[in-house]
Design a protein around this ligand. Sequence first.
Ligand code: A3P
Ligand code: MG
Ligand code: MG
Length: 388
Amino acid sequence: KRNADHDSEVEQQSSSKRARRCALEYPTSSSGSSPPFQQPTALLSFSYTPAHELVFDDSALRYYVPPPARAKLSHAYDRWIRRPEERSRIDGLLRALSRAQDQKHPSLASGVGAVGWRGVLTRILTAPYEEREGWDLNVMCVQGVLYLEEHRSEEMMREKNDLAPRQRLQTYYGYAFESYCTSDSPNRTNVPQRPGDPPGWGGDVDTNVQWCSVVRTKLGDTRLVIGGEVDCVRGKFTGKTDTFIELKTSMTIRGAQDEARFEKKLLKFYMQSFLLGVPEIIVGFRTPSGEVVSTQPFKTVEIPRMVRGKPHAWDPTRCFQWGDAFLRFLRTQCRPENDDETRVWRVTFRPQIGVDITLLDREGVDEVEAGEERVGFLPTWYWDEVGG
Ligand code: A3P
Ligand code: MG
Ligand code: MG
């Protein structure tokens, strides 16, 4: 009898381990057709003020203006108001979702399967081609809805905040390009605000300020709500995604190797934009010292065709198949047993290896909550609202 008990206990332990730890095979090729990806519908937009407060208006919306020739991206570097890197919390997106639900937005009538920032979804979908950077997610499933949050450890945030001067400057180049390419009112060229500002400078960079759009879309069977920053619009904001523009900088292309590197990078540009329904990407090609030598517009949907058939080609079908499988995997793995929806799962992706999922223990959950008013990583007000 004792032996039998012991055996069943061991069995129980190992089966609970199996239930708590599971791996998803990493795809090596794509076959068949792409799961459908529905055209994203804009639900609502919001802004972050210079104090990084979320407001439900379009005060941070910017309009596209062509940048001046040979724009210098190091301009006003010393005046950059830099928002410190922090945990990328899902709170702002949940406030927007909650508001859209209050307003009974028709696109939400059919329900929601998963919620996350665009950055998280981009990481998931580009994983089949990611060779260097792994990532960690925190995942909860409440009332059948998956919530996805990037997991950043204290160490990762320290690293991001203590960039080497060279890296910090290069990051600034991207924001300076945004300044030259945007204006706060439509069809107006930028006039210098301070003595010493070059022609076309759109104002000093404050990375607290952001304009975000929240969209609803569907990948395979999973209805998604995705939020993300939109750099600017062309002409006017229509309430839809059709005038959205993504701005990017990249080093000038001087040879076949540069070209291949750029075309590999296009996957991230493409996916990041595609997920929010952004139809146009404008790339500023720059020198190592931050001078823009040319700009080139790309139509998002045409990008996959540009790389097709090349040695370094990527295939979005493989990304969508993987993303669809990944989300279905999460749905089956994170289903709460005994109605305990407070559970938090840690999903880790390692290049060349694949995905692994574990249930966080108390210590892990404490780290995720970080002493704030949260249930797992969801703010308590939201948890109460969805009746978790
Ligand atoms: P570039 O993309 O032109 O380099 P986004 O392009 O997503 O709108 O982001 C604007 C800028 O923020 C980027 O400009 C880059 O400078 C910086 N940035 C965004 N994501 C980053 C990352 N993961 N690492 C470093 N810098 C990043
Ligand atoms: Mg941006
Ligand atoms: Mg950009």
